[in-house]
Design a binder for this molecule. Structure first.
Ligand code: KIV
Ligand code: ZN
Length: 515
């Protein structure tokens, strides 16, 4: 079996998804989960893009020990210096240099000749070599670059000291056969290529990102770049969980495996979805909520008789427990703590106590409490955002022939209680207007989405909102058995993030560069 290394770029290319804007704490939380998942490299960000990015890469470099921490960098000294600063405390640092090589990019974006591009690449790699043992180089839009010229660039990068050569399909234009061919040609024509790691990086514009990555593996690459849930620029990147499960399920064919702890896949996917607000479609391969559901009677009958009739992957493989009902209203604190540990949370007694109160509260409102319910509770309770505003209560008057009216009570950080009422175009609108009156914040509701955490009439409702204020974009999330309460909680969560971000001058600065 060949070993395929996983390079996760959820926090860099994934964070470039339109509307996604993670705080440093959220990025650290995802990075630590990626480490638990066992990815070899975590691209933590693009240190030179903004002071906020620099800070996030620094913090991740400080906290992550087992995975290599990578910073993206343009092939210029100033960016390399920022990456050096950001990765100073990393146990295993790596710089990822990139420069576009395709004719379209050379002519219109860079206005550089072929020779100038090569000179620039060599100079940047030589400069970075003083600070980094591990240098990855990507010819951006490499897949649309003339093959003979691509080989020249790669040869120059290898000679200059790059240890990983990544050839991205930046615009998701390739077919599997074409993409695989590029790697074959590079391996046949570049001297010393056997001493470096070959890597693929694909985008999903034509829905072929995963297929292209798998074709690249067949053609000899030993590193796959991608993101959790396939989030990313435009249509997204290759979904790593899909690549990993394709290799695992079809070992017979690919003869390749990864070091991922597959049982962490479901949890990683849920965490990324919650923190980014990018909801996973129900029918998404591997991590969609329908991925293991059998609806047709014939299928159900088959699965009951022999599971392999219609199931090629067991839900347990990715850490799902088939919605096992675990705790209920008679469960004690000890069982609750054990459950938290089983779900991967080793919490302080004080935190367990706080959560236990919430859990008991939930048991009163909901007959059956599943692992998903508990995870949703924990995630909402353990948010790192200071509670400048805390929802105390909501009161609503609604009738289809009258104007909905909401009154909300909110406790401020200094203990002051505030109450306001407002009418709106609907119940949610009236709640949001009343909250605006209390807080005095002027925000635009950029997005609102609602999903149910589990099934059934008493399922927890989870609301995601995105609020915009000047150049600041924040996501908020709220969970409750009542969707209107969840809506209020999500809105207040986002407002608290806005306040925190304004107080954090570094994170508040606008990115000066993006890829
Ligand atoms: O898609 C791309 O080309 C990239 C590079 C920066 C590697 O993300
Ligand atoms: Zn990319």
């Amino acid at each position: 079996m060949r070993k395929i290394e996983i390079f996760d770029t959820t926090l860099r290319d994934g964070e470039q998804s339109p509307g996604v804007n993670l705080s440093t704490e959220e990025k650290v939380e995802i990075a630590l989960q990626l480490e638990r998942l066992g990815v070899t490299r975590i691209e933590a960000g693009f240190a030179a893009a903004s002071p906020g990015d620099l800070k996030s890469v620094q913090e991740i470099a400080r906290r992550v020990k087992n995975s290599t921490v990578v910073s993206l960098s343009r092939a210029v000294k100033e960016d390399i210096d920022k990456a050096v600063e950001a990765l100073r405390e990393a146990e295993k640092p790596c710089i990822h240099l990139f420069l576009a090589t395709s004719p379209i990019h050379r002519k219109h974006k860079l206005k550089m000749t072929k020779e100038q591009v090569i000179e620039n690449v060599v100079e940047a790699i030589r400069y970075a070599k003083q600070f980094f043992d591990e240098i990855e180089f990507s010819p951006e839009d490499g897949a649309r670059t003339e093959l003979d010229y691509l080989c020249e660039v790669v040869q120059a990068a290898v000679d200059a000291g790059a240890k990983i050569i990544n050839i991205p399909d930046t615009v998701g234009y390739m077919t599997p056969e074409q993409y695989a061919n590029i790697f074959r040609v590079v391996q046949e024509n570049v001297k010393g290529i056997e001493n470096v790691k070959l890597s693929c990086h694909t985008h999903d514009d034509l829905g072929m990102a995963v297929a292209n990555s798998l074709a690249a593996i067949e053609a000899g690459v030993t590193q796959v770049e991608g993101t959790i849930n396939g989030i990313g620029e435009r249509a997204g990147n290759a979904a790593l969980e899909e690549v990993a499960l394709a290799l695992e399920t079809r070992k017979d064919y690919y003869q390749a495996t990864t070091d991922l702890n597959l049982k962490e896949i479901a949890r990683t996917s849920q965490l990324v979805s919650r923190l980014t607000g990018m909801i996973v479609p129900r029918n998404k391969a591997i991590v969609g909520s329908n991925a293991f559901a059998h609806e047709s009677g014939i299928h159900q009958d088959g699965v009951l008789k022999e599971v392999t009739t219609y199931e090629i992957i067991r839900p347990e493989t990715i850490g799902l427990q088939s919605n096992k009902l675990v705790l209920g209203k008679h469960s004690g604190r000890h069982a609750f703590r054990e459950k938290l540990q089983e779900l991967g949370y080793n919490l302080e007694t004080e935190q367990v106590n706080q959560l236990f109160v919430k859990f008991k509260d939930l048991c009163d409102r909901k007959k059956e409490v599943s692992d998903e319910d508990i995870l949703a509770l924990v995630d909402s309770k353990l948010s790192h955002v200071p509670e400048t505003y805390k929802l105390e209560s909501i009161q609503l008057s609604y009738g289809n022939m009258s104007l909905p009216t909401a009154s909300v009570r909110i406790r401020l950080a200094d203990g002051t209680m505030m109450e306001e009422a407002a009418c709106g175009n609907g119940s949610v609108d009236s709640i949001y207007k009343a909250i605006d009156r209390v807080t005095g914040e002027e925000v635009v509701l950029d997005d609102y989405q609602i999903v149910s955490v589990t099934h059934g009439k008493d399922a927890l409702g989870e609301v995601f909102v995105r609020l915009k204020q000047d150049d600041n974009l924040v996501q908020g999330r709220g969970v409750s058995t009542d969707v209107l309460e969840a809506s209020a909680r999500a809105y207040i969560n986002a407002l608290n993030k806005l306040v925190a971000r304004r107080g954090d001058a570094v994170a508040n600065e606008k990115p000066s560069v993006s890829v």
